[in-house]
Design a binder for this molecule. Sequence first.
Ligand code: BG6
Length: 486
Amino acid sequence: MAFDLVLFGGTGDLAWRKLMPALFQAWRHGKLPEGGRILAVSRQDLSDETYRTWLKERFAEVEDAKRPSDEEFGRFAALLHYLRLDLSKADDYQRLAAWLASSTGRASKADVVVMFLATSPDLFPVVCAQLGQAGLNGPNVRVVLEKPLGHDLASAQQINRVVRSVFAEEQAYRIDHYLGKPAVQNLTALRFGNVLFEPLWRRECIANIQITLAETIGVGTRGDFYSRTGALRDMIQNHALQLLTMVAMEPPSRNVADAIRDEKLKVLRSLKRFTPESVGRDVVRGQYRAGNADGKATAGLLEEANVPPGSTTETFVALRTEVQNWRWAGVPFYLRTGKRLAARDAQIVVNFRATPHAIFPGQNRANKLVIKLQPEDGLELHLLAAKGAGQSEALTPVSLDLDFDKAFAENRVGAYERLLLDVIAGRLNLFVRSDEQEEAWGWVEPVLKAWRDDDTGPRPYLAGTWGPAAASALVARDGFAWSEEE
Ligand code: BG6
């Protein structure tokens, strides 16, 4: 299947850090369909050759295993082309249309054209409108939208209105790269491909669910963007909520995009709404101060480049919510994310209830399922076992570890590689529909508003710790603990 992939923001950070390495991996793994062309567009005046040289230099910064040899880059580069384009100029889109219709690098016409908007989202409306005017929105065109999709509900709705006026919903691929992580596929397979967990996957057997997306990095070079964004918008509204929907959704009737997305939407609609009072009680925001992360002395947010003095942007959020439906009534869902935390660790922990009656010594621990997204990808099932004959009857914790990275090593693909291949193949299952995305924005809005109205600001925490103590208190109040505190 011949495809054209047009990469808007072709010289930007996302393009060279994530997208080009992912395309290269897909090509290296032999998964990129034959006859593809990749066209990077941006405002700079570059030839194909200078663009390829520029990209080759950037690839030197990619981790070893994902870096092409000279010979590989040479062959991959044959797919790469470059076009200068001013995003606001109608004529330039005509030149784009002419390039797509041309036989540059390939004789036949593309079956699929992917417009990947790796630009600032402020530009999405203008790019979509211009693509429409240039007739570049036919049924074989797919548009990929990168986060952040808006800043609040109104701006997200505005972007969606323009996108929908040009493209049909099924042409729009909204990326949440967490959905491309292999652990998310494992979670769906575990829940809907096996009989074992489904009978237990409910309030009667589950005490609480914890979703942690912890990073050790700080805001790095993104001080300006981050201080306008904050952890709630950057990680909770999208990644953490998407994971929550995958854990809490009802079994879809079929493994097709809308059946899945309908179920995810129902979860979002069932989330307990925040009020000004419950924000004060159930949401903790924090900001890192100078400390020690990754074994090095590190600065606090306020000392980072391009962060305005006195910024009250949160770099940490922990919150408690509930999914108010028959399956989950009363089960706390704790979500937590932060920068400069004690470890890079993304995981979902399902804490089961204790047995109703204990007959063994040491039977004070409940079962726990840990779905690990990062740094490793796998599952851990924590059980209690007897040590063996002739010893005491006390039970001891053991865990069944499934290391998917090892077990399926040759088939593992990174999140962006997976998602890019899905766009080319037309599989929408792992992309976010506009109604889901708007529902998620609507849910975080009362928190954003309560914080705007409350000038106490975020609680400080030292870099290299697990965030403000109030985050532990949030969970302790219900009689639970974050998994690393148990
Ligand atoms: C991005 C956020 O969406 O996800 C970043 O904007 C964050 O701030 C990143 O660092 C985390 O992604 P990953 O895949 O490295 O966990």
